[in-house]
Design a protein around this ligand. Structure first.
Ligand code: COA
Length: 185
């Protein structure tokens, strides 16, 4: 399974033994507020245990962010279906005790470079809730461009929000594995 390393972090598949750290870092209203309702609050030990062995983790689309040997956050992608298979949507979060150290600004570009290098995606996209300046900055610094705002697009904690759509497009042709049949020699 893939492991991606960068300055001060490792991205690797989730493991059953991450459940305790996952529940500790994820069980935070300030973290879940910016994320999909699939990321619950409170985030219980049972939620964590189910996630680390569940389909999202198993299918290889979700990575644990590991700092100093501990899973302190997550990053992942949701590939588009059918005619949307040339795009993927990314999402990420970090435990609050690690915010503001420039970590996600280093992680997102490395993760996106990896995705573009190992896929045929033409487009990576991300939705940011109105007011989430830190996440918008992370995306801008990772080569994403603001394409527009979906007005009053979702309701979170009884409050209606706009969401900003950011995207980064492939700037190099996808890598294609050479076909040994095509070898003339
Ligand atoms: C958004 C999040 C991932 C940012 O991670 P991080 O490692 O703390 O971000 P960084 O330290 O790399 O900072 C990124 C930028 O945001 C700025 N920033 C950080 N916290 C901020 C805040 N509270 N308000 C405004 N800007 C902030 C930083 O100054 C930096 O910008 P700069 O380079 O122009 O100075 C983290 O806050 C988080 O997990 N939040 C909850 C989940 C979430 O929002 N996920 C994204 C959903 S789209």
């Amino acid at each position: 399974m893939t492991t991606i390393t960068g300055d001060g972090f490792t991205l690797r598949p989730w493991r059953a033994e991450d459940a305790e750290a996952l529940a500790r870092h994820a069980n935070d209203e300030a973290v879940s507020r910016a994320l999909s309702d699939r990321f619950p609050f409170p985030y219980t030990r049972a939620d964590a245990e189910a996630f680390v062995v569940g389909p999202v983790a198993r299918e290889g689309f979700a990575f644990a962010i590991v700092v100093d040997g501990e899973a302190v956050g997550g990053i992942g992608q949701t590939p588009g279906d059918n005619e949307y298979r040339i795009r993927s949507q990314i999402g990420y979060w970090l435990g609050r005790s690690l915010w503001g150290r420039g970590l996600m600004s280093r992680i997102v570009p490395v993760f996106c470079d990896h995705l573009l290098e190992h896929s045929a995606y033409e487009r990576l996209q991300a939705f940011v809730l109105s007011g989430n300046t830190a996440s918008a900055r992370v995306l801008e610094k990772s080569g994403f461009v603001l394409e527009g705002v979906h007005r009053r697009a979702l309701i979170k904690r009884d409050e209606i929000h706009d969401i900003a759509m950011y995207a980064r497009l492939r700037d190099k042709p996808p890598f294609v594995e050479p076909d040994p049949e095509d070898d003339d020699e």
